[in-house]
Design a protein around this ligand. Structure first.
Ligand SMILES: C[S@@+](CC[C@H](N)C(=O)[O-])C[C@H]1O[C@@H](n2cnc3c(N)ncnc32)[C@H](O)[C@@H]1O
Length: 286
């Protein structure tokens, strides 16, 4: 579930007014900004960031995510209760951007045949914590290393999609590896969150940028090379992406924040959860 540190909070630092002697000095790039980031830059940043931060991510969120339950987002919506994937028994299901593959472990226990894919080798190593091992593959969701029509369903809980420049390629690849009639269910940060500061307190309840600003949130090093990238799409963008790949939209889910969910996850908190949707789930069918 979305980035631990600095997901969409990228408010660029104010530059100090430098004197004339500073003119020839190279100006360090803003550590966090909104700008375009192409496929290669995004892929490089995602792989490096998730490998470097997998241990912290699992330390911070592993308990909430559990070892073998499918949680759709910080609200704690649980697939065992929601059944968004439909009946999974005996189904071959691809978990896209699976991280530690808690969802795949749950699917296996529910009688499915899951396979997880993730760009981060270190994230996948965390899937080896449990006795029962599920098959996982290091790979990019934009170029799935699977045969056509080799799965009966696919799902992603904040997996891969927020972190790719070419979401249309992911949709096309998922459609390619699914059998006709299969479900494709995925969650992402609710797009409305992108016009608010990524702050769990009341400061995160005041709009500070346009919802329609599609530039990516980019953290970068002093030379301007991206170290972390998240891409923003509006609700309509997501719907058009799935329709464009040949899916129909069966349901749109905006989980409400439950009264007994007190855990803060980055910018997701009970305070904001009561006022704003935090997660968007699209239930699609091929
Ligand atoms: C927020 S985590 C979600 C993981 C898991 N579903 C969870 O809830 O913990 C996003 C995952 O997407 C993976 N990811 C990022 N870009 C990817 C890509 N292009 N292809 C496959 N996985 C990717 C990351 O490595 C990370 O494990």
């Amino acid at each position: 579930v979305a980035a631990v540190t600095g997901s969409i909070e990228g408010r660029p630092r104010e530059r100090q007014n430098s004197g004339p002697e500073a003119v020839s000095e190279p100006t360090p790039a803003d550590p966090a900004t909104r700008r375009a980031a192409d496929i290669d830059e995004t892929r490089r940043a995602s792989q490096a960031w998730w490998d470097a931060n997998a241990d912290d991510y699992q330390r911070e969120h592993g308990r909430f995510l559990g070892n073998d339950r499918w949680i759709w987002g910080p609200e704690g919506l649980d697939e065992a209760q929601e059944g968004l994937l439909g009946s999974v028994t005996g189904q071959r299901i691809l978990e896209v951007g699976c991280g530690a593959a808690a969802g795949s472990h749950w699917l296996r226990r529910a009688g499915a045949w899951p396979v997880g894919i993730d760009i981060s080798h270190r994230q996948l190593q965390h899937s080896r914590r449990l006795d029962e091992v599920v098959p996982v593959v290091v790979g990019d969701a934009e170029r799935l290393p699977f045969a056509d029509a080799s799965f009966d369903g696919a799902a992603a809980a904040y997996g891969a999609l927020p972190f790719v420049a070419d979401a249309a390629a992911v949709m096309a690849e998922v459609a390619r590896v699914l059998r006709p009639g299969s479900r494709w269910v995925f969650s992402v940060s609710h797009p409305i969150r992108w016009c608010f500061p990524d702050d769990p307190s009341a400061a995160g309840l005041t709009v500070n940028r346009s919802y329609f600003d599609r530039r990516a949130y980019v953290e970068q090093d002093a030379d301007g090379r991206a170290t972390y990238v998240e891409h923003h799409r509006t609700v309509r963008d997501w719907v058009r992406l799935v329709l464009g790949a040949g899916f129909t939209v069966v349901d749109v889910v905006e989980p409400e924040w439950p009264d007994d969910q007190r855990e803060v996850w980055g910018g997701w908190s009970p305070l904001r959860g009561r006022a704003l949707p935090g997660t968007l789930i699209l239930v699609c069918q091929l």
